[in-house]
Design a protein. Sequence first.
Length: 51
Amino acid sequence: MTKEKMLLWVFGIGFWAMFILLQFTFEQRDKARQFHAQFNDMQLVCRMVKP
């Protein structure tokens, strides 16, 4: 294997790892946002029930 091919492999694998990590973090952030939205809704309901 030549040096150029090695560099290409390393670059490709690094790129895919970054892509997967970014997808994962975006998913986590979306879940956290949904959770916060549900939590805020619950607080609003509690305030309306007990003024």
